[in-house]
Design a binder for this molecule. Structure first.
Ligand SMILES: CC(C)(COP(=O)(O)OP(=O)(O)OC[C@H]1O[C@@H](n2cnc3c(N)ncnc32)[C@H](O)[C@@H]1OP(=O)(O)O)[C@@H](O)C(=O)NCCC(=O)NCCS
Length: 163
């Protein structure tokens, strides 16, 4: 499967039902220590909610030219209960381990910014434990640090119109 992947053949689409099984398995393996990702059933139910047309959460999939899932990211509302004043968030940015470092994360994030812009979203928030530099390269700025789901994370804000 890996050998078929060439990084100039990445497409970003809406997440489809057929992607969910692989995505759930990979997310559970990576993040099961964090409460929202601690059960396969819970993750499955979450992505099921992402399949509804034109309603947040909107999940996007990176796929290769055979339709193989490479990664996913979501535009969602209120990802952190501690910040009810921050409405729109980029979340669940995830590239399957075997496809990392090939520009797929960057493609997914750029696509989500474009989706947010077309929805009229002005500010897009996110939190990250350890890849602040990755998001700063798009223009996200640090809002603060917060203890969340058992770890310290950096909360960041993007002014979508300035990208
Ligand atoms: C973080 C992640 C989404 C990046 O996706 P990717 O496809 O591997 O990244 P890309 O190849 O698009 O790299 C984009 C840039 O980010 C940098 N980068 C990637 N992973 C990084 C990391 N873990 N730490 C710091 N920088 C990183 C790359 O060096 C690259 O920089 P460049 O464009 O200047 O060369 C991916 O590694 C992943 O899924 N990690 C596990 C889950 C995770 O941490 N998600 C983010 C939650 S906030």
């Amino acid at each position: 499967m890996n050998s078929l992947f060439v990084d100039n053949t990445v497409f970003i689409t809406r997440l489809k039902a057929g992607h969910i099984g692989r995505l759930v398995q990979a997310l559970f393996e990576e993040w099961h220590g964090f409460e929202p990702w601690s059960s396969v059933d819970k993750i499955h139910a979450y992505y099921g909610r992402c399949l509804k047309d034109d309603e947040l959460p909107l999940a996007f999939a990176a796929v290769d030219d055979s339709g193989i899932l490479l990664g996913s990211a979501t535009v969602k509302r209120h990802d952190m209960e501690s910040f009810p004043q921050y409405e729109y968030w980029l979340g669940d940015v995830f590239v399957l381990p075997e496809y990392r470092g090939k520009g797929i994360g960057r493609r997914l994030v750029a696509h989500c910014i474009g989706a947010a812009r077309s929805l009229g979203i002005k500010f897009l928030y996110l939190y990250t434990p350890d890849v602040q530099i990755f998001y700063e390269s798009f223009g996200w700025a640090v809002v603060g640090r917060h203890f969340h789901n058992g770890e310290w994370v950096t909360v960041m804000r993007l002014d979508v119109d300035k990208v």
